[in-house]
Design a protein around this ligand. Structure first.
Ligand SMILES: Cc1cc2nc3c(=O)[nH]c(=O)nc-3n(C[C@H](O)[C@H](O)[C@H](O)COP(=O)(O)OP(=O)(O)OC[C@H]3O[C@@H](n4cnc5c(N)ncnc54)[C@H](O)[C@@H]3O)c2cc1C
Length: 760
C-alpha cells in the first residue's frame, strides 16, 4: 500500500516522494530484522503539513534508528482519520476536535453542564496532541523476542480510544489479544440477564468485527471458553502456554466482575505476572466517585451525582486515543476455538431441520462494527441531535442516537462520544447529560450490588410470583427490536408489573445492560433511590410518543387500520370500525389492561400508603421520607471515617438515610384512605394532555424566578439603605409589611428532603 499512499507526493513534493521511495526500495531489498524503522518514514502527518524538509526527515530517520521501536504518533493515525478529515465537513470538524484537543483536565460536570466552546485551534496544539499519544509500531507478522503481553478484551471491543490496547503498544512487546467467554461469571450471584439472547447475538457479531479490525492491523483475536467457568484458570493456562509476563485489560464495574478481576490480578501477580487494569468503560470510575463535600441530600438524582463529580473531580477524563496502525505479533499464537464454538449466536432448529432465524431483524438493522458505531454517531450528530432536546421521547422517529449497544459492548467509548458531542455543530446538553445517567447507573450498582434483584427501599419489596399475563402481552411489542427502546417507551409499561419481571425484557434487548436496566426499573417501580414526580398516562403519553400511530402500526399490525386519533385507544372505536379493521377484543387483540385509570391510581397510592404504614421503621417520622439502609462506603464518607471504621460499620449498625420521596406518598401517609383526586400532590400524569399543564408550570416557574430575582434586588437595596442610615445615625427605615415570603416555610414540609444526617 505504501507506494499508493505516497503517490500524491509525486506531484506535490517530488523531493520527499523520491526520498520515501528510496527508503521503501531499500527496505524491500534488505532482509534484516532492524528494518522496523521504515514505519518512521510514514510520518505522513508531518508531510501533510508541508513542514518536513528532506533534511529534517533524514535526521528523524537517524534518531529513530537508535530507537527503532519509538515512533511519533503521527504514524499511529489510521486511514479512517485521514479520510474523514478530508471528505466530510462535519467529520472534518469532528476530527479536528479530537486532534486539536488540548484541555485534558475536563471533569464530567464541566462536560455536562458547560456550554463553552472547546474547539481547539492551533496547529501547535494539534502536534502536542499527537505527540501525547506515542505509539509503538510492530509490522504485521514481525515477531519480537520479548515475552508477549496478554490483552484481555471484554466489553471494550474497539481499537479507537482503548487505553489497554495503547498500554500494550507502549510496552513494545508482542501482543496477544484474547477473549474469554465465561457466562456464569457474567451473570453474577443474583438473577440477571447479563447475557440474554439478543445481546449474546450482538456480542457474537461484535467479536467477529473486532477480529477483522485486528486482522487489518496484522493481529488476531483468540477466542477461548473459560475452563470450568473460571477466567482465572484460563488465564493461568494462557500465561503458561505463551510465557506472557503482563496482562492488560480495561476495567468492568459490575461488583461481581470487579471481584473476579481483583482475584485474577492478585493470583497472577503472585505468579510474577504484571497486571494493569485501565479505566474507560464510564466517564468516571464509579468506585472513585465520592459524596464528600456534597452530602447525601438528593442522592439518586443526576444533579446530586454530577455535583459529586464536580466536587471530587478525580483524574481528568482526558482526550480520546487514536487507534493503532499495527500491532506487534508473537512468534506463535495460543490455541483458541472458533468463534462459533462459543455458542453466542445459536439458532434453534425446527423438527424438519430448518433453522429458526430469530435474529434476522437484528442483522438487517445494524452494522455491528466499530465503524458502524462511528457512522451512527456521525449521522446522529449531523441530524438527530437537532431534535433531541425536545423530541427524544418520540417512538416513531429516530431522534435518539441508538448507540446503546455500541456503548455497552465498548465498540464506542463514552469519552469518544462525549468529545464528538461537544465538538458537534449542534450541541445537546440533554444528550450529554445521558452519559451522566449512564455513569450514575454504574455508581449505584457499585453502591448497591443487589440493585438488579433487590429493592433499594425495603418496604417496597414485593412478591415476585405475580401474575405475568400483562407482562407477556406487552413483551410482544418490540421483541428483538431493531432500535433501542427510548426512556419514554419503557415507562409506558408501568402496569403494576413487578420490576424484577420487567427486567426479563433484557433477553430481547441488544443493549441489555445490568446497571442501567436495574436503576431504571427500580426508579420506574418507585423502589429505587430517585422518585420521579410524574406518572405516564397510558393514552396521552402514547399520543406524545407516537402522534400519528406509525410505531403502533409497525409493531402491532392488528391495529393498523384504525385512524390516528383512535389507534392508541381502540376500545373507543365504534363497533363498525372495529369490524372493518377485523378487531375482536379477547381474540384478535387482547382486552384492555387498565380500564379505570382513576381507580388504578387510587389503588396504587393506597398500596404505597399501606406498605409504608406496615414498615414504619423505614419512614422518617419527621419528614415523611422513605429511609434507605446506607452502604458502608457512603456511611464512611458521610462521617469522614477511615476505611477501618467503615468496615466496623459494615458489621455493626445499620444506617438509615431519608431519601427523595414523592410528595403524594408523604401526604398519603397522614391520610391513607384519601383518594388520588383529593391528594393535592397527585403526580402529574405525563402525556399529550398534560403537556399544556407542564408548559403552564414552566411559565409559572419562570415568573417565580424573575420575581425572586427582583425580590433579592429589593432586599439588597433595603440592606444598603439600612446600613447607610445606621452610619449616618438616622432612624431605621419603616419596616416592610404585607410582603410575600419566598423562602420555604414549615407549611411546605412535603417539599423538603432532610439531607446528610445519618440516623442509626
Ligand atoms: C425501564 C428501563 C429499562 C432500561 N434498560 C436499559 C438497558 O438495558 N440498557 C440500556 O442501554 N439502556 C436502558 N434504558 C435506558 C434508555 O432507555 C436507553 O439507554 C436508551 O433508550 C437507548 O437508546 P439510545 O442509545 O438511542 O439513547 P440516547 O437517548 O441517544 O442516549 C445515549 C446513551 O446514553 C445512555 N442513556 C440514555 N438514557 C439513559 C438512562 N435513562 N439511564 C442510563 N443511561 C442512559 C445510554 O448509554 C444511551 O445509549 C432503560 C430505560 C428504562 C426506563
Amino acid at each position: 500500500m505504501f507506494p499508493t499512499l505516497i503517490k500524491p507526493l509525486s506531484t506535490a513534493n517530488i523531493s520527499v516522494h523520491s526520498t520515501l521511495t528510496l527508503i521503501y526500495e531499500e527496505y524491500f531489498s534488505k532482509t534484516g530484522d532492524d528494518d522496523l524503522e521504515l514505519a518512521l518514514a510514514l510520518s505522513l502527518m508531518e508531510m501533510e503539513d508541508q513542514q518536513l524538509s528532506t533534511q529534517h526527515l533524514q535526521s528523524e530517520v537517524r534518531t529513530t534508528q537508535s530507537d527503532p521501536f519509538r515512533l511519533n504518533s503521527a504514524s499511529g493515525f489510521t486511514n479512517k482519520d485521514t479520510k474523514t478529515k478530508h471528505n466530510d465537513p462535519q467529520n472534518n470538524n469532528k476530527a479536528q476536535t479530537k486532534q486539536y484537543a488540548v484541555k485534558e483536565s475536563t471533569n464530567l460536570m464541566e462536560d455536562q453542564t458547560s456550554n463553552q466552546s472547546e474547539k481547539p485551534k492551533s496547529a501547535k496544539s494539534r502536534r502536542k496532541r499527537r505527540k501525547g499519544a506515542v505509539s509503538i509500531i510492530g509490522l504485521p507478522g514481525s515477531p519480537s523476542a520479548s515475552p508477549p503481553v496478554l490483552l484481555w478484551f471484554r466489553r471494550d471491543l474497539r481499537l479507537c480510544d482503548n487505553p489497554a490496547l495503547n498500554a500494550a503498544l507502549e510496552m513494545g512487546a508482542p501482543v496477544i489479544p484474547v477473549f474469554i467467554w465465561s457466562p456464569e461469571e457474567e451473570e453474577g450471584p443474583g438473577v440477571t440477564v447479563a447475557a440474554g439472547g439478543a445481546s449474546k447475538y450482538w456480542l457474537h457479531q461484535a467479536l467477529a468485527c473486532c477480529c477483522t479490525s485486528l486482522n487489518r492491523i496484522g493481529s488476531r483475536l483468540t477466542f477461548l471458553e473459560a475452563e470450568e467457568q473460571s477466567s482465572l484458570r484460563t488465564l493461568k493456562q494462557l500465561v503458561k502456554e505463551t510465557g506472557a509476563r503482563t496482562l492488560l485489560a480495561n476495567a468492568l464495574y459490575e461488583p461481581w466482575l470487579k471481584e473476579r478481576d481483583d482475584e485474577v490480578v492478585s493470583a497472577l501477580q503472585k505468579e510474577g505476572v504484571e497486571c494493569k487494569i485501565s479505566h474507560s468503560y464510564c466517564l468516571r470510575d464509579p468506585y472513585s466517585v465520592s459524596t464528600v463535600g456534597v452530602g447525601l441530600r438528593g442522592i439518586g438524582s443526576v444533579s446530586h451525582f454530577t455535583s459529586c463529580c464536580k466536587q471530587n473531580p478525580g483524574p481528568a477524563i482526558g482526550v480520546p486515543l487514536d487507534p493503532p496502525q499495527s500491532l506487534p505479533t508473537p512468534a506463535c499464537w495460543p490455541q483458541g476455538v472458533p468463534l462459533e464454538a462459543l455458542g453466542l449466536a445459536r439458532m434453534p432448529r425446527r423438527k424438519d431441520g430448518t433453522i429458526i432465524d430469530w435474529a434476522a431483524n437484528i442483522r438487517t438493522s445494524w452494522d455491528f462494527s466499530e465503524d458502524g458505531a462511528h457512522a451512527r454517531l456521525d449521522a446522529f450528530l449531523r441530524d438527530g441531535v437537532y431534535r433531541y432536546e425536545k423530541e427524544s421521547g418520540r417512538a416513531d422517529a429516530p431522534n435518539t442516537s441508538s448507540l446503546s449497544p455500541y456503548l455497552h459492548f465498548g465498540q464506542l467509548s463514552p469519552r469518544w462520544l462525549l468529545w464528538d458531542a461537544k465538538g458537534a455543530r449542534c450541541r445537546s446538553p440533554k444528550f450529554q447529560r445521558k452519559l451522566a445517567w449512564r455513569d450514575l447507573a454504574y455508581w449505584q450498582l457499585t453502591l448497591f450490588p443487589d440493585l438488579p434483584w433487590e429493592s433499594i427501599r425495603p418496604p417496597y419489596k414485593v412478591d415476585k410470583s405475580l401474575n405475568l399475563n400483562h407482562f407477556f402481552e406487552v413483551k410482544r411489542a418490540t421483541l428483538w427490536s431493531t432500535q433501542p427502546c427510548g426512556n419514554t417507551w419503557w415507562r409506558l409499561f408501568s402496569l403494576h408489573i413487578c420490576i424484577f419481571h420487567g427486567s426479563n425484557f433484557q433477553d430481547t434487548l441488544v443493549d441489555a445492560d445490568v446497571a442501567i436496566d436495574a436503576m431504571m426499573w427500580q426508579n420506574g417501580g418507585m423502589c429505587g433511590l430517585d422518585h420521579w414526580n410524574f406518572v405516564m398516562h397510558p393514552v396521552d403519553a402514547a399520543l406524545t410518543c407516537d402522534p400519528y400511530g406509525h410505531y403502533v402500526r409497525k409493531w402491532c399490525p392488528e391495529l393498523a387500520d384504525l385512524p390516528d386519533e383512535l389507534i392508541h385507544k381502540p376500545w373507543k372505536c365504534p363497533a363498525s370500525m372495529l369490524r372493518r379493521a377485523k378487531i375482536v377484543f379477547g381474540e384478535t387483540y387482547p382486552e384492555r389492561i387498565v380500564v379505570d385509570l382513576e381507580e388504578r391510581r387510587n389503588q396504587s397510592l393506597q398500596d404505597v400508603a399501606s406498605v409504608r404504614k406496615e414498615f414504619g421503621q423505614f419512614v422518617d417520622k419527621r419528614s415523611g421520607c422513605d429511609l434507605v439502609p446506607l452502604p458502608p462506603r457512603l456511611v464512611s464518607e458521610a462521617l469522614g471515617w477511615s476505611k477501618r471504621d467503615g468496615e466496623a460499620a459494615k458489621e455493626g449498625k445499620q444506617f438509615l438515610l431519608p431519601v427523595i420521596t414523592r410528595m403524594e406518598f408523604k401526604y398519603q401517609r397522614d391520610d391513607p384512605d384519601a383518594d388520588a383526586a383529593s391528594n393535592p400532590y397527585n403526580a402529574v400524569l405525563k402525556g399529550y394532555v398534560s403537556r399544556k399543564r407542564d408548559e403552564t408550570i414552566a411559565f409559572l416557574n419562570q415568573q417565580d424566578f424573575t420575581a425572586s430575582v427582583m425580590y433579592e434586588g429589593a432586599q439588597r437595596r433595603e440592606r444598603l439603605e439600612r446600613d447607610y442610615r445606621r452610619m449616618e445615625g438616622l432612624p431605621p427605615p419603616p419596616s416592610a409589611r404585607g410582603r410575600a415570603r419566598r423562602t420555604p416555610t414549615a407549611k411546605d414540609r412535603f417539599s423538603i428532603v432532610p439531607g446528610g444526617v445519618v440516623t442509626s
